[in-house]
Design a protein around this ligand. Sequence first.
Ligand code: IVH
Length: 675
Amino acid sequence: MSDSSLRARLAALRDQLHHHSYQYYVLDAPQLPDAEYDRLFRELLDIEAAHPEWLSADSPSQRVGAEPLSSFSQVRHETPMLSLDNVFSEQELLDFDRRIKARLDDAVTPTYACEPKLDGIAVSLLYVDGILVRGATRGDGRVGEDITQNVKTITSIPLRLHGEGWPEELEVRGEIYMPRAGFERINAMGRETDGKVFVNPRNAAAGSLRQLDSRITAKRPLEMSCYGIAHQEGEALFTSHSEGLLRLREWGFLVSPELRVVDSIEGCVAYYQDLLARRDGLAYDIDGIVFKVDSLALQGQLGFVSRAPRWAIAHKFPAQEEITLLRDVEFQVGRTGAVTPVAKLEPVFVGGVTVSNASLHNFDEIGRLGVMVGDYVVVRRAGDVIPQIVQVVVERRPDSATAIVAPLTCPVCESLLERAPGEAVLRCSGGLVCGAQRKEAIKHFASRKAMDIDGLGDKLVEQFVDEGLIESVADLYLLTVEQIANLERMGQKSAENLIAALDKSRSTTLPRFLYSLGIREVGEATALNLAKHFGGLPELMAASEDMLIEVEDVGPIVASHLHAFFATEFNRDVVRQLCERGVHWPSAQKQGGAQPLAGQTWVLTGNLESMTRGEAKEKLQALGAKVAGSVSAKTDCVAAGASAGSKLAKAEALGVKVIDEQGLLDVFASSSNVE
Ligand code: IVH
């Protein structure tokens, strides 16, 4: 190819890659398969390697990072990076509104822009002629550090502006953060490799940005959400803050999809309540809401006090991290014999709930934290994740603090504890001899996603085992009303109900039955794959490890657990007894009926009235559909019940088909394969 046509090809590749990474990272609506994107990217790298003189600052190749720096240089912020005043209650928020109104003319009622307050690192980006030329940290607000190479690796930051109408010089401010899923992922990796983990996503984002080697930053899952324009060359292009943010979105920046404008402070209160209720379900940590007077003219009239604008306020959420006392450590034995150290804490209100227990996972984790009984510890509870101890406050350690010692024998059955080579977990060797393992196995068997035995809660299972009424799950089906009616907290009516529920559970499905056996590493999805693959239980029980590995998503470890489970005499007996005592499921032929939704991906969201989401999921799976947790351009259909939220909005934005509950019932009714 001639130089001029190669250069043209290079320019075309850059355009295409810019376009597709914007579709993918900012709009969340990919238009190309990943493999095709990678192919274009490699082609670009090849051309640039052959012609280093053609490299440009805005080339997508800049995303992979550059040679390490020896230090960061300083950057002076022409427009200082301010902070925000905080309020912690509704009353204080109303006072803020009153102060604003007192400063403005009588006739004016300000509207407010509402945005989540992302918990990350404030950054300023400078674009000249549409090209990103500088990224800087906040520093002390006047002087920050030049982190241009690092910000270039962040895929949601445009290297060149999209669209048109942008000013020659544009300075954009926003927050760089690490989404929770990415944080969990890099911490899991850190735990496995060098044992280093970050305390929270904010520290992870800060640590990743502080790298002098931007190739490390490039490997960290960072995003940037933009919340303001610090400076723009030339005439004013908009009259309100929210309008500015919407233009930023057109120019290629990620702006929070939660941005709303409300016409009164009551609207702010409602926004706060709504987002607080949805906080746990968000993909990233937020520590409050920022409310800003939307009109730029009114902002100008209100001005600043010392280091914060008068026209904005942060309404903080309850903290997701608190300090409390570690009183004791107990050891709990789980269904598979894993012995988990559980921290007994001085109760503390964190992340919206009172926490008095936190898992310490295993002794590697205890060693990593260096935690002792009597320590003050930082407890974090964010998202749906169970509370974690993330740090010890070493300065507050009392002289009386004592080391946490690993037990040698099971705290329940006194069998020896074992630690498999390379595993961090201590395990009770007692198997089903161990009362704790037996209890947990029965609780799991009765649980909603397993045999769904209504009314058979954890407490009752413990009582049945402690009273010697049952030893295995199969014994449940021998229980009689007379046997249990006289137990504490029971009575004739509850006893009758429980026996009826047990009877009802006899009629089940093969995937549910397999899942309920509580085989290590066999979750719902694996159980479903096993049932589909083998069709019947005898075929599965007779399968060798090699045959098991052929099942979708079953690797050598799961195969060995399955094989060991069915090779154990006790387990085979229990399975046989369950079948003898009436547990049954539709035969393979009936299950394997028409699968009209085969190959389709569905998402369920919102509240359904006529069934639970779990039931709807099972029915969709029986019709061949894959049921996913999040909406993407690849989703075939979203079934949205009442008060569906962000998934519905996303489906609509992506043009994915959406049906309501009645529509879902129609789909079930029109398929012959319904239970
Ligand atoms: S506006 C002049 N909006 O909170 C106003 N800040 O406590 C400057 N932050 O340093 C900030 N989300 O790092 C604004 N939607 C948002 C924000 C936000 C997070 C951070 C920002 C700032 C700090 C102030």
